[in-house]
Design a protein. Structure first.
Length: 270
């Protein structure tokens, strides 16, 4: 049986591509023969990833980008068009996290960074990509978080930035009806990535330890595969864990129970 390759020779921009879910997405897209524009701040890791993608037979161009900077987002999209002459898929994956109780917060700059990267970064990239996506009847893939559906303790400000993403892309999806451009939003639960190691603490510094049990949660590779499967079907939303789907179903009827469920999940770290 011939393996389906829905992204073969599709031009795909992946933000936050140098590590974690973004890196796994890039490598899996490369294995399908996609043409990739890879964006992240770490130029060395980005170049190494582009080489790996090329070794799999893909075309890949690294574009060092800080999505918090609107002009760099514009450059990313223009560089993609200059290289490939079109754009089929935009994957808004870049993100940063914060693990802190709100009352313990001591650094507001970190909060502003969360908003600029997680929310505005996806808005900026989408704005500049949209004319090209409309021309190709392409698609937008958004990597959000379960916290973008349900506020989660110690992820207060992170949850807010992901809720902003959810609201924006829900509204944009409606605006794009009839254009051929679709929006797929993925809501991962805990995923084993480097993101928590770089998460801001209450003092704005990264590197704090967490209770998350990395060996008992979803891998970035599995997460990427599920996202790409949903994107290939142009699915509207993907809630990526049974407990996430259960929590969303129960919350309208048993909100206090779901609150306790979320608190326990954070305490157990899985």
């Amino acid at each position: 049986m011939v393996r389906a390759l829905p992204f073969r020779e599709k031009v795909v921009v992946v933000t936050g591509a140098s590590a974690g879910i973004g890196r796994a997405l890039a490598l899996q897209l490369a294995s399908q023969g996609a043409w990739l524009a890879l964006a992240a701040r770490d130029a060395d890791r980005l170049e190494a990833l582009a080489d790996q993608c090329r070794q799999q037979g893909a075309r890949a161009v690294p574009v060092p980008t800080d999505v918090a900077d609107r002009t760099q987002c514009e450059h990313l999209i223009q560089r993609t068009i200059d290289e490939f002459a079109r754009l089929d898929v935009l994957v808004n994956n870049a993100g940063v996290s914060m693990i802190a109780r709100f009352e313990e917060l001591r650094d507001w700059e970190a909060v502003e960074t969360l908003v600029r990267v997680n929310y505005l970064g996806s808005v900026y990239c989408t704005y500049y990509a949209l004319p090209h996506l409309k021309a190709s009847r392409g698609q937008i893939v958004v990597v959000s978080s379960l916290t973008g559906k349900m506020g989660t303790p110690t992820r207060t400000c992170y949850s807010a930035s992901k809720h902003a993403m959810t609201g924006f892309f829900d509204a944009l999806r409606i605006e794009l009806a009839g254009t051929g451009v679709t929006v797929t939003t993925a809501f991962p639960d805990f995923v084993a990535t480097e993101m928590r190691e770089r998460a801001f603490g209450a003092n704005g510094q990264p590197g704090l330890s967490t209770s998350v049990r990395e060996d008992q949660i979803m891998t970035a590779e599995v997460c990427a595969r599920l996202i790409l499967d949903a994107a290939a079907r142009r699915k509207r939303e993907l809630v990526m864990s049974f407990r996430g789907r259960l929590g969303l179903a129960l919350r309208p009827f048993f909100p206090a129970l779901v609150d306790r469920f979320l608190q326990r999940a954070v305490e157990r770290g899985r």
